[in-house]
Design a protein around this ligand. Structure first.
Ligand code: SAM
Length: 245
């Protein structure tokens, strides 16, 4: 059977496409894209003309089967999404799972991913992080999710729409306390910007100006409680025993 390539595309700056991605996109028989019009423009920009088919969340069952048929016939297929790495808060997971289950070879072609791009220049600890994707839109569910993540000892990485940024920062402040955060905006684009500070300060800043474009939010874990000088249980017990009472 053919090979399914999972091809990362830029998250803004077209120079971030890789040489390997361009070669694979030129070589495959078919490109499956989240939005064929959007992806046609990208391919045209790089002088690539290929048959495109749509693969997105709402047609994934039907389209997934058709793509798997093509792969079984020996054709090679590249999956791309509107931006960044497919399957990361983007369609693709189910297709990859079914291809793997069907014994079809799946080859990743790595490239841009907003979460890792934001983390790499955030200045936050990078040794342990959790990707939490998009939060629920409804406030109740959003707070519930934030509460369930509050004890995580890793830096948390979220994707968010600019119109919900303020509400989400406010909910984070109320459910998780006044933590250090970084908001990475418009990564790799002309107006790329990093907003750094405590949640309380960023809430004020975002209240004062309209934030446009794409954003990722990185939240540091809760601070360890500070060690106190108060005697521990063992120490008290020792004292009590040695006093002979
Ligand atoms: N698959 C993509 C990836 O690898 O990053 C993510 C797709 S998801 C549908 C889109 C979200 O990713 C945006 O709402 C935003 O939170 C984040 N994002 C994508 N591009 C970005 C950029 N240039 N700057 C900041 N965040 C970005």
């Amino acid at each position: 059977s053919g090979t399914l390539y999972i091809v990362a595309t830029p998250i803004g700056n077209l120079e971030d496409i890789t040489l390997r991605a361009l070669r694979i996109l030129k070589e495959v028989d078919l490109v499956a894209a989240e939005d064929t019009r959007h992806s046609r423009k990208l391919l045209t920009h790089f002088g690539i003309s290929k048959p495109l088919t749509s693969y997105f969340d709402h047609n994934k069952d039907l389209k997934g089967d058709q793509i798997l048929d093509r792969l079984r016939e020996g054709q090679s297929v590249a999956l791309i999404t509107d931006a960044g790495t497919p399957c990361i808060s983007d369609p693709g997971y189910q297709l990859v799972r079914d291809a793997v289950a069907g014994g079809i070879s799946v080859v990743p072609i790595p490239g841009a991913c907003a979460a890792v791009t934001a983390l790499s220049a955030s200045g936050l600890p990078t040794d342990h992080f959790s990707f939490a994707g998009f939060l629920p839109n409804r406030q109740g569910k959003r707070r519930e999710r934030l509460q369930s993540l509050a004890a995580d000892k890793a830096v948390l990485i979220f994707y968010e729409s600019p119109k919900r940024l303020l509400a989400t920062l406010q909910d984070m402040l109320e459910t998780m306390g006044d933590r250090e955060v970084v908001v990475a905006r418009e990564l790799t684009k002309m107006y790329e910007e990093f907003l750094r500070g405590r949640l309380s300060a960023l809430v004020k800043e975002v209240q004062g100006r309209e934030i446009r474009g794409e954003v990722a939010i990185l939240v540091t874990p809760a601070e360890e409680p500070e060690a106190t000088d108060a005697p521990g249980m063992e120490e008290l017990l020792q004292k009590y025993l040695s006093s002979g009472e």
